[in-house]
Design a protein around this ligand. Structure first.
Ligand SMILES: Cc1cc2nc3c(=O)[nH]c(=O)nc-3n(C[C@H](O)[C@H](O)[C@H](O)COP(=O)(O)OP(=O)(O)OC[C@H]3O[C@@H](n4cnc5c(N)ncnc54)[C@H](O)[C@@H]3O)c2cc1C
Length: 374
């Protein structure tokens, strides 16, 4: 492609930091670098017409850990590591809200619930509520974050559900509004965002675009989460994980309000105005869902519809109006990877399915790493 003198001079030359990926992490990295160093020339390179990984496809839970998920995680990482991570999610959400403003992202603290249809799992979990509350009080300052909430099963009109535990600190946001606000904040600071730019390889400080032409930058941040191995190779411990979502038509007299976790977090749903968003089911085909390809599968879509009509909305009339998928970045544990990979390249990936919560802080962390080296 023949680029004009102007394209080269104003947009593509003398770049201090190039950030690959305009999800929540990439944009927060840009935001912090530019805020602290207004004279830096920062460019964000995104292959989609919009941010196209998970940040604009997610469910909008402002969550930091449901009880069974935390107890499950304790089987693989130490108590200290886990609660440090939970603290990061909690503080990350505060940062997101402070940076963007609650009214701009439609933040509502309507609580998050865990649903139980199995007595044994509930008993095991409810016995640990005091322990979880003690650990979480240190982080949140709230004494009784998790409380039993069986009395609400009737109000929400759930079927097959025997118990509910409420997390009083959980909230929800409008994902689209969050990304719109973040994009406009970053652009207001003077960061250049280019869309339709597919980065095909990295070579020292050279970034190859569409296998055709190169951009060079003093520093490069890879913030491509689930797609990271495509540029950085298989040694990086982050694998793609597709997640499928559906949204119903508006529902008359919907009593469900809040965010909800079911089957150890494999299913999650919430109200959006008077509709229900439901996602999950990766556990039905973990191998098939380990992919960077967007798409919907019959087995997962059928199960989501079954849960909607059998458990969540058994007495309501609805149709499915929206279906989509997004790609997350997971690993053996839920710890994000923020590190310097070479003299030029840094990465901030593996958000572990909780990027709304930690993305703002992880963007900030990688920005500090780069800032210190500039
Ligand atoms: C369906 C779904 C529901 C979720 N629900 C929640 C939730 O409720 N709460 C929560 O905290 N988290 C949730 N998550 C996870 C959360 O959305 C992610 O952790 C977070 O958005 C990751 O942000 P990111 O910036 O690291 O990556 P992404 O948002 O994936 O951004 C990476 C960007 O890099 C771009 N890119 C990739 N490769 C290239 C390339 N070669 N060249 C140029 N650009 C490239 C992609 O197009 C993408 O825009 C959910 C995820 C999904 C998919």
């Amino acid at each position: 492609m023949d680029l004009s003198y102007w394209e080269k001079k104003i947009f593509l030359k003398n770049i201090d930091v190039a950030i690959i990926g305009s999800g929540i992490v990439g944009l927060n990295a840009a935001f912090n670098l530019k805020k602290n160093n207004p004279s830096l020339k920062i460019i964000v390179l995104e292959r989609g017409i919009l941010p196209s990984g998970a940040s604009i496809k997610n469910a909008g839970f402002a969550c930091f850990g449901s009880p069974t998920e935390l107890l499950e995680d304790l089987k693989t990482i130490s108590e200290n590591e886990l609660f440090k991570l939970v603290e990061k999610r909690y503080l990350g959400l505060k940062r997101l809200r402070n940076n963007l403003g609650d009214s701009f992202i439609d933040y509502h603290n309507w609580g998050g619930y865990e649903l139980f249809d199995n007595e044994a799992i509930y008993t095991e979990c409810s016995e640990k509520i005091d322990y979880l509350n003690k650990m979480m009080a240190v982080i949140t300052g709230k004494k009784e974050l998790y409380v039993k909430a069986d009395h609400l099963i009737k109000e929400f009109e759930f079927e097959q559900i025997k118990h509910l535990i409420l997390n009083k600190g959980e909230g929800q946001i409008d994902t689209g509004k969050m990304m719109l606000r973040l994009l406009s904040k970053v652009q207001q600071l003077g960061v250049i965002i280019l869309n339709g730019i597919n980065i095909t390889s990295l070579n020292d400080n050279e970034i190859q675009v569409n296998n055709e032409w190169n951009i060079s930058a003093k520093k490069i941040i890879v913030a491509t989460n689930g797609f990271a191995q495509q540029l950085l190779g298989n040694n990086l411990e982050v694998t793609p994980a597709r997640a499928q979502v559906i949204i119903t038509s508006p529902i008359e007299n919907l009593t469900i309000k809040g965010t909800f976790h079911f089957e150890k977090g494999y299913y999650y749903f919430r109200n959006i105005e008077n509709r229900i968003l439901l996602g999950g089911g990766r556990n039905l085909d973990l191998k098939g869902e380990t992919t960077t390809e967007f798409g919907l599968t019959e087995i997962i879509q059928n199960r989501l519809e079954e849960i909607l009509s059998g458990i969540i909305l058994p007495h309501k009339k609805f149709t499915i109006e929206h279906r989509w998928s997004g790609i997350m970045g997971l690993g053996n544990d839920k710890m994000p990877i923020v590190k310097k990979l070479s003299q030029y390249t840094y990465c901030a990936v593996k958000m572990g399915g909780m990027g709304i919560a930690i993305g703002s802080l992880i963007g900030e962390e990688v920005a500090t790493l780069v800032d210190n080296d500039l």
